[in-house]
Design a protein around this ligand. Structure first.
Ligand code: C2E
Ligand code: MG
Ligand code: MG
Length: 502
């Protein structure tokens, strides 16, 4: 019925091993008539009949046994409901991640996610519905992560994320995104379920140097979040509790700042290296609160994003920038103002309409506005982002990719999106021309950007040497303290006039 695949193996087997052994089973490969290879179990016995030695073999097809084995293997590492890695596999991966972090000296974070009051859904709607909610939760969490991150389910309503090679900002953003992914209700059989989670994190090496400590500290942080009122996150460090309070304060005070319009906008010149002229400016928001004092946009913009306050703030920025353009336009018609767009805001349904309406109402041509979008914005929901960016481009807006080099955007997306301008992140520019790594990175980003037809601007150039290096290597524009800090409109106008004069 079967022809044996490994003829040579069989011959050797029969001539040597079987000589003195009777009835042993060995796994070899067989070949079916149609050519498929399959595993067989081969047992050979020696029979002596009338002085003659005969060999008798039994061949057994063990395809099904093998498949069952594989299934068991998989079950041992996968959570059967969500198909996510289970605790076993997670522990294994965390172990490896810690080893790698030690060897290559990077930071690795564990994020514990515990659903709030999940028991109520289970008790009131039944376990079947509870299971479907869990599957949806798993899917939503997964879409907010990078491919290299591990999402595991380690208990009824407990999930854990393993993030390798991250800093605390990425961890914070990831937690914001995980929380946000649950903010829309889950629809099952035309019934809405509202889910939130308490999230806690601990990182190697600062919060723990072994698997057990990291697990326990991430768990503690998660409980801190739960105790502080659920639907929030907490870092393991005790002082993070203070930050939660501060965040609440910021949200409160931002609200009244929006009502009163108590922000200011400053403008940082962008200089063309080709002819040494100011060709534009980036608009940067400033906020000094009566109670909190000066709060950096790097701190309050993310808070505004997660609380939805970013929409009115952006509208204020655009209106104010348009007014500034009117003042500057008398002097320079090609002048552009760059406005930062928060990555979370792009997801808003009416994102394009809101921006465009504000610009039109201000009686400004979209051509004088450049929208800076960070790389981070491109990771998820790429189709939707492409559509919106193309619509903006069709209206005449210029689009720049901000903080390039810090995210994970693939080159093909960057190309598809047709950005006009690429902004090299300041972390690469800061140490030019002394840091070998940064030299290499900057050169290749410039080459790549040019190959894709983009103009290149470097951000954060502080020294004469770095500007010279950038110019030599084909960078088109520079924005940084070397030329100027961000300036009030009045100071900017003066700088502009003097700079382009000399
Ligand atoms: P960004 O868009 O990458 O802005 C550049 C930041 O680098 C600004 O910080 C700027 O002051 C700073 N910078 C520029 N040149 C140099 C330099 O030579 N050396 C150093 N050390 N720093 C330099 P800023 O104004 O604090 O803004 C931080 C971030 O906050 C911005 O990063 C942007 O992501 C966000 N942001 C600021 N204004 C707005 C806004 O109106 N809307 C939104 N959505 N985000 C904003
Ligand atoms: Mg920017
Ligand atoms: Mg930037």
């Amino acid at each position: 019925k079967y022809s044996l695949h490994h003829d040579q193996y069989l011959k050797n087997y029969l001539s040597t091993e079987v000589k003195n052994i009777i009835g042993i089973g060995r796994e070899v490969q067989g070949k079916r008539k149609n050519g498929d290879v399959f595993p067989i179990d081969l047992a050979v016995s020696k029979i002596v009949v009338g002085g003659k030695v005969l060999l008798s073999g039994i061949i057994r097809d063990i395809t099904e046994n093998k498949q069952a084995q594989e299934r068991i293997q998989k079950l041992a590492f996968k959570d059967t409901l969500t198909e996510l890695p289970n605790r076993q596999l997670l522990l294994d991966r965390v172990g490896h991640a810690i080893e790698n972090s030690k060897r290559y000296q990077y930071s690795t974070a564990l994020i514990f996610i515990d659903l709030d009051d999940f028991k109520i859904i289970n008790d009131s709607a039944g376990h079947m519905t509870g299971d479907r909610v869990l599957i949806e939760v798993a899917n939503r969490l997964q879409t907010r992560l990078r491919h290299s991150d591990t999402l595991a389910r380690i208990g009824g309503d407990e999930f854990v994320v393993l993030l390798e090679k991250v800093d605390q900002t990425i961890v914070l953003h990831t937690m914001e995104r995980l929380l946000q992914s649950l903010s829309d209700s889950i629809m099952i059989d035309e019934q809405k379920y509202f889910i939130s989670a308490s999230i806690g994190t601990a990182s190697y090496p600062q919060d723990g140097k072994d698997v057990a400590t990291l697990f326990s500290n991430a768990d503690t942080a998660m409980y801190t979040a739960k105790n502080a009122g659920k639907n929030r996150y907490s870092f393991f460090v005790a002082q993070m509790n203070e930050e939660v309070t501060r965040k609440h304060k910021i949200i409160q005070n931002l609200q009244s700042a929006i009502e009163k319009g108590s922000f200011t906008l400053v403008f940082q010149p962008q200089v063309s290296l080709e002819d040494n002229t100011v060709i534009g400016a980036e608009a940067l928001i400033r906020w000094t609160d009566e109670e909190l004092g000066f709060v950096s946009p790097a701190e309050f913009i993310p808070v505004a994003e997660s609380s939805g306050l970013i929409v009115p703030i952006t509208m204020w920025v655009i209106k104010t920038a348009c007014l500034a353009i009117k003042t500057i336009r008398n002097q320079e018609s090609e002048f552009k103002i760059a406005i930062n767009i928060s990555s979370l805001q792009i997801k808003e349904k009416k994102f394009v309409e809101i921006i465009h309406q504000t610009v039109i109402d201000s009686d400004i041509s979209p051509r004088q506005i450049e929208l800076e979008i960070t790389e981070g914005a491109l990771i998820d929901n790429i189709e939707d982002t492409i559509k919106k960016i193309q619509l903006l481009k069709s209206y005449g807006y210029r689009i720049a990719i901000d903080d390039f080099g810090t995210g994970y955007s693939s080159l093909s997306y960057v190309k598809q999106l047709g950005f006009e301008k690429l902004k090299i992140d300041q972390t690469f520019v800061r140490n030019l021309p002394n840091d070998e790594n940064d030299i290499g990175l900057t050169k290749s980003i410039i080459a790549m950007g040019k190959a894709l037809g983009m103009k290149i601007i470097a951000e954060g150039a502080e020294t004469k040497e770095s500007v010279a290096f950038l110019k030599e290597n084909g960078c088109d524009m520079v924005q940084g303290y070397y030329f100027s800090q961000p300036l009030s409109l009045e100071d900017f106008l003066q700088f502009f006039a003097e700079f382009n004069d000399t």
